[in-house]
Design a protein around this ligand. Structure first.
Ligand SMILES: [Zn+2]
Length: 360
């Protein structure tokens, strides 16, 4: 994989208070977390950390799907959900300096209404993520909110079920309704009524679109699903009228550079359209998607974005502010995190300028 990243900014980025808007619950499970889950449920996945790290090493998209499904299969009980959520929050706060995150959860794959023997009741799922959310805020100072997403590959029945989880069992921290999974063969318009009902209940609309299909998917998400942010939106770069529309309406893109390379949505980082988005006046936020499974971290994604956009410390801080502004965080949390970013930048202002870029 290409390694264009602004490494001289790494220490600044590591400590910079941040918000993340596009990151998946199960996809955030690190090798450390999976090792514990594998020792609880021995059999399919090695619990030895070194062996597990080798299994986790990103090779290609097919292997990523294998890893992802193996981890999904290890999350069997409400205790597993709680452990995963709490430990993901710990790593977000302590390793990535996250103060706020909207974590995309796919309750359908834990409840498994298609095979209840393998699943858990939605009430138990909801209670597990909510208790972990409250404990993470208390213990790590990280404010978490949820996005419930439809796993597109399971079609309309999964959308019906996910809408029910959101409307009839919605946790206190639920702020938005999403749509993930493959785009090819999963047209967005079939979910229009689900998004209408979610929005009527006060949830924000944040579908994935334009990751592996063309700009029409992004248009459909804007006009039919009333998207307030677009997950990826990569192919928007092919349509100048769409870029203009995104810039005019201020609908942000949740850009995940390494993910786009891993899934081959973009061939190389140098060809990533993030600069075209920024130059067109589109609001760009930087995110990690499924970080350990794509061999990345949010800090690393900021380093990559800094290199691609030619940013200095002030520019990177502005990227962090853009994520806070594009979030659905409560007003007091927004103000607090923006204040922390300002204080951090001020604290750095008096220091020696960083040496010449070692990025390449
Ligand atoms: Zn995603």
């Amino acid at each position: 994989m290409t390694t264009a990243a602004h490494t001289s900014l790494a220490p600044f980025i590591k400590g910079l208070p941040k918000a993340e808007l596009h990151v998946h619950h199960v996809g955030s499970a690190s090798a450390r977390i999976v090792s514990e889950l594998a020792s609880r449920h021995p059999g399919t996945v090695p619990s030895d950390l070194e062996e597990l790290r080798a299994f986790y090493e990103f090779r290609d998209f097919a292997h990523f799907i294998e890893v992802y499904l193996a981890v999904v299969a290890l999350i069997r009980t409400p205790e597993d959900i709680h452990y995963l959520t709490y430990e993901v929050a710990r790593e977000m706060a302590t390793e990535q300096s996250l103060r706020y995150a909207e974590l995309t959860c796919t309750p359908y794959t834990s409840v498994r209404p298609d095979d209840p023997d393998l699943g858990m009741p939605i009430e138990a799922f909801t209670e597990a993520i909510e208790s972990a959310r409250r404990e993470a805020e208390r213990d790590f100072g990280l404010v978490l909110r949820w996005i419930y997403d439809i796993p597109g590959e399971f079609g309309v029945p999964s959308a019906d079920a996910t809408l029910g989880y959101a409307l009839d069992h919605g946790p206190e921290g639920l702020v938005a309704f999403g749509l993930g999974g493959p785009e090819i063969g999963v047209p967005r318009p079939q979910f229009q009524s689900h998004f209408e009902r979610a929005r009527a209940a006060g949830l924000h609309s944040v579908p994935h679109a334009g990751e592996t299909t063309g700009p029409q998917t992004v248009w459909d998400s804007l006009t039919l699903l009333r998207a307030e942010r677009i997950g990826h939106g990569t192919s928007s770069a092919q349509d100048p009228r769409l870029l203009e529309h995104l810039a005019e309406t201020g609908v942000p893109l949740e850009v995940c550079p390494s993910s786009n390379i891993a899934t081959r949505a973009v061939a190389t980082l140098e060809e990533h359209p993030i600069r075209a988005f920024r130059d067109a006046g589109v609001t760009v936020t930087v995110n990690s998607d499924d970080p350990p499974m794509f061999g990345t971290t949010l800090n690393r994604e900021y380093e990559i974005a800094a290199a691609l956009l030619g940013l200095d410390e002030a520019g990177v801080a502005e990227l962090a502010r853009a994520a806070v502004r594009a979030s659905f965080a409560p007003d007091d949390v927004r103000r607090r995190v923006l204040g922390e970013i300002d204080a951090y930048v001020e604290g750095h202002a008096g220091r020696a300028a960083p040496g010449p870029s070692s990025g390449q």
